[in-house]
Each structure stands twice: as structure tokens, then as C-alpha cells.
Write a protein that binds this ligand. Sequence first.
Ligand code: HEM
Length: 270
Amino acid sequence: MWLKDSSIGRKLVMSISGLALVFFLLFHGAMNVALVFSEEAYNWICEFLGANWYALVGTLGLAGLVVLHFVYALYLTVQNRLARGKDRYAVTAKREGVEWESENMLVLGFVVIGFLVLHMANFWFKMQFTEIMHILGAHDFSVSEFAPTDGAGLVKALFTTPIWGQVYCVLYLVWLVALWFHLRHGIWSALHTMGFNNLKWMKRVKCIGTLGATLVVGLFAVVVFYYLGYGIGELCAQAPAVVEAVEVIETVPVVDSVEVVVDTVQTVVL
Ligand code: HEM
């Protein structure tokens, strides 16, 4: 088949599936920004996108696009390497005008997919999947203390729980940096494949790639920074109590110290 057997056909499948995923990310990022303004509004959207038939069709379509994009990426890379043969190793110096991300798209894709698996475990599994299980009759199925429609509660807990929340914020920021590089080149490359490749359009398409990647990643980053600030604020608010606890611990004779340390820590934490 043309879409599988010709190089341009394969690139077209990559471009169309990639751009469709960018549109999903734009929607997802914009929807998440609601968290900063109103948790109720966000939960209303989560309920709307729960285990309804249209949301399930959307999820299946999305999963299909991710698999298609991923499988074709592997296929294209293998075909390119076979076509270049040993020449691939002939030039090792950095090629002039070739951006770093364009040579590392597959690695960046693996990083994005790797974090996506973690993301699905953190949210999709505890929300839509749990709802599906309940609909199928497994009423006791529960993997979280939050209701499957309480997206705001889940996001807040993931990003603001002391220490782990801040670790997650940093992990998500690493993910977003990889996503930015992947999207910047991906959007450019997709538009290039679709015919915007003459001299006049080359610069514009590069600019569209950078702006598109920055918009998508910026929407997600707003939410991560919002909760990172919130979590650090909470930690700072607890700091005087922790200092007080340390001072109490320091005055305790060594013999009963273990018991008092445990008591003091419990009073501060609870
Ligand atoms: C601040 C960052 C993010 C937050 C707070 C967030 C939050 C969420 C939540 C709460 C869900 C579950 C919705 C539901 O199942 O009803 C979800 C699903 C999902 N997220 Fe994210 N997300 C973020 C970033 C990302 C990024 C960067 C990607 C992709 C690169 C992504 C891809 C997905 C996908 C594919 C789903 C499943 C959608 C579906 O079930 O149809 N998310 N996200």
C-alpha cells in the first residue's frame, strides 16, 4: 500500500497523526489551565470526559493515533538506516544548520512515551479506567482515595504532597522540556512534508513550530508551576513547627529521646 510502501506515504502518516496529537495536546493543556481558576470547573470537565461513550471513542482514537505514530516512527527510522547503510557512520562531526532535536526525534519520542505511561498510571487508571470497571460491575474496584471524577483532587495531591509532590513537579518539567523539543521539530517537519517547503515558507514554518511547541508546553507548565509554588508555600508554612520540634528534640536526654522524637514528629505531622 502507498501509505506504507513509499517514503512520502510513511512521512504523511507521521505528519497527520502527529498534528492530530498536537491538537489533542492543545485541548488538554487548555482544559488543565481551568485548575488554576476553579477546581469545580475542572471536575465538571473531567466528569463530562469520564466513561461516556463519546469520551471512550475519543480515548480509543487517541490510543490508535499514539500507536500509529510510534510504529511508523520506528519503521521510518529502520528504513532510513537501511537506506543509508554504512554511510551513517561516515560523518561524525555536527552537521551545519541541523538542529539537535531533528537528529534525536526517536530518543525524544521514547522519553515522551515513557513519561506518558507514568502519567496514565497517575490519572487515567485512577479515573476513566476505574469508572469503566464500576460500569462493568466491579463496584469495589478502587485504586485511589479520590472519586474517579475528582481530577482536581488527584492533580493537587500528586503535585503538592510534601517532597513527593515537588519531585513530581520536577519530573513533569523534564517531560515538558523533552516534549517541547519533540514538538518544535515535529510541527516543522509535518508542515514541511505537507508541502510548505519552498524558500518563502521555510522560515515561517520554523517559526510556527517554535510558537506551537511553546504554546502547548506553556499551557501545561502553568499548571505545574502553580502547584509547585503552592506546595513550596505549604512546606514553608510548616517550617516553624518543624524548627520547634527540632528544638524540643535537642533538649531531650538521650535515654528517652526515641519516644519523644516519635511523639514530637507525630504532633508536627498530624
Ligand atoms: C500539567 C500537566 C498535566 C496534567 C495536570 C494532566 C492531567 C490529566 C488528567 C487529570 C487526566 C485524566 C482525565 C480522565 O481520564 O478523565 C489526563 C489524561 C491524559 N493525559 Fe494528561 N495531564 C498533563 C499533561 C499531559 C501531557 C504533557 C500529555 C502528553 C504528552 C498528556 C496526555 C494525556 C493523555 C493521552 C490522557 C488520556 C486521555 C483520555 O483518556 O482520553 N497529559 N491528564
